[in-house]
Design a protein around this ligand. Sequence first.
Ligand code: FES
Length: 105
Amino acid sequence: MKFLCPSETLAPNSSRGFDIDGRKLLAVRRDGIAYFYINRCPHRGIPLEWQSNQFLDSSASLIQCATHGALFLIESGECIAGPCAGESLTPLLGREDEQGLWVEL
Ligand code: FES
C-alpha cells in the first residue's frame, strides 16, 4: 500500500487529487469514510478536475467531471448523469489508520 496523506488533510465532504508514481487518483471523504478512484473520466479518459482538488459538485454530494459535467456516486463511482451514464470510475482499494490514508496501486 502507498501512503497518500494524513487523515486531517482530507476534510469531511471534500476531495483531493494525487499523483503517485505517475498515476492520477483522487480521494473523497463522505460520512467519515474515504473513497479512492483513478482520476479518469470514463467518457473521454481524461482527468476529472479543472481546478486542483475540486472533484465534487456544488452540493459536495457527488463526484463531478469538469469537462462535460458527468456526475458519479461517491460510494460506488457509478455515473448517474451525463454522457457516460451507467459507466463507472475505477475504484482503488484503500484504507485509513492512525497514520492516515493508504491506497493500493
Ligand atoms: S470527459 Fe468527463 S463527462 Fe466528458
